[in-house]
Design a binder for this molecule. Structure first.
Ligand code: MN
Length: 430
């Protein structure tokens, strides 16, 4: 397997940090032991945790106003995979990449799969794109795609989703994520019901083409690019459509796609209860769909989401197997650093949620003791679980301190030399 970062560098850095790491791990281990928790069991669970990386996240994002490209940006899916391999080599919890079509389209998908294999990477859900026009595309998506008033446009959008499934099969993916930018910008512009009927008819055609083991993830979004109404605007419409389509259709929760202050963890609970949770696009936000780094603004909210997920694991909820993925736009940081940091932040929320004393929580809930119930959650959230995360990475062959090793490796400067800017980028925000 090709490793983009010198493994000797990782080993050396880990060795230098090992005494401090051991002391921190022992301290946390003793603390957890007093709570009746075996730290090594938690570390084992942390080692099992995986979150997928979006191919488009490896490029610098941007806003409607500007994009400020960084040095050595990947110019195609092969180079994106190379960057994803760096992330995986250092953090060891991101073994799969989610491709986006047609941005990541290649002539030979078998070759692409082999390229990923050689880097120790697999493919996660494939994403279709009918929210922008591609060069040479016969019909425009300006007024919608799967819900367009013109059946020829809808057919074109359906056909693209079908080719995504076909390509995804070659890559070994097992899910198709469908997000449409369809909606309207003016009251009266679109007939809500007829528009949703058209969407359902189109998605039915896609659903019927899903291979046996595949799932279809419906991603809702409240606004943008349509600013008055969006066809799949919230989890309510999403779950209605997923129910209409059938068992293989589930709802994908992008943390940035809700109205401000919405209780997302409660939505997660509802979707779990009715077997309709597909998975997540993790990111964070302050004002809207900001696509900021996971856990950078609302780490407690992310923890509360994981509290619901771990609770479902704990109770052995049937059919519970959500797909975790990052979906962020990196405007001012090195995308590799942001993705590594965010993978760790998501894993951190998971590990903290594992430390919630669930039996105590249930007792306080049943006894209507609001104070002790909420403090039970805080008792887990307030712990610094960094030593567990570092230990899990080291045991998996990764770096105790991924960003330090990445910077020391000189990877960015090296790729900058052999990746001259193409003046265009396939990266974007979904
Ligand atoms: Mn998303």
């Amino acid at each position: 397997m090709k490793t983009p970062i010198d493994s000797g560098l990782i080993a050396e850095a880990n060795q230098q940090a090992s005494a401090d790491l051991q002391a921190d791990y022992d301290y946390l281990g003793a603390l957890l032991s007093r709570r009746g928790v075996d730290i090594d069991v938690v570390t084992e669970r942390a080692r099992q945790f995986v979150v997928a990386v979006p191919s488009w996240g490896t490029g610098t994002g941007g806003t409607r106003f500007a994009r400020f490209p960084g040095p050595g940006e990947p110019r195609n899916i092969f180079e994106k995979l190379e960057d994803c391999a760096v992330i995986q080599q250092l953090v060891r919890c991101t073994p799969r990449v989610s491709p986006h079509f047609p941005w990541d389209r290649v002539d030979d998908f078998s070759e692409l799969r082999q390229h990923a294999d050689a880097l120790g990477l697999g493919f996660d859900a494939v994403n279709s794109n009918t929210f922008q026009d591609q060069p040479g595309q016969p019909l425009s998506y300006k007024y919608g795609s799967l819900s367009h008033t013109d059946p020829a446009v809808r057919d074109q959008a359906v056909a693209h989703n079908l080719e995504c499934i076909e390509w995804g099969q070659i890559l070994g993916a097992q899910a198709l994520t469908v997000w449409v930018g369809d909606g309207s910008n003016f009251p009266g512009q679109s007939h809500f019901q007829r528009q949703l009927e058209r969407y359902l008819e189109s998605t039915r055609a896609i659903y019927d083409a899903l291979p046996d083991a595949w799932q279809m993830f419906l991603e809702h979004k409240m606004f943008e690019p349509a600013f008055y109404s969006t066809v799949i605007q919230d989890w309510g419409t999403s779950v209605l459509c997923a129910t209409e389509l059938g068992e293989k259709a589930r709802c994908l929760v992008d943390l940035g796609h809700h109205a401000p202050n919405v209780n997302i963890e409660m939505i997660v609970s509802r979707l779990i209860q009715f077997h309709k949770l597909a998975g997540f696009h993790f990111n964070d936000s302050k004002y809207g769909d900001d696509d900021l780094d996971s856990g950078s603004i609302h780490p407690y909210q992310q923890f509360l989401v994981f509290n619901e997920l771990v609770d479902a694991e704990h109770r052995g909820q049937t059919g519970f197997s959500p797909a975790y993925m990052l979906d962020q736009s990196h405007n001012v940081t090195d995308p590799i650093e942001s993705l590594m940091n965010s993978a760790e932040e998501v894993q951190r929320s998971y590990v903290k949620a594992l430390l919630v004393d669930r039996e105590a929580l249930y007792t306080h809930q049943d006894g209507n003791d609001a104070m002790l119930a909420t403090n039970t959650l805080k008792a887990a959230f307030n712990l610094d679980v960094s030593p567990i995360l570092a230990r899990a990475r080291v045991l998996e062959g990764g770096a105790a301190q991924p960003i330090d090793v990445y910077r020391a490796s000189g990877y960015r400067a090296e790729v900058d030399k052999r990746r001259p800017s193409s003046g265009q980028s396939g990266s974007g925000i979904v």
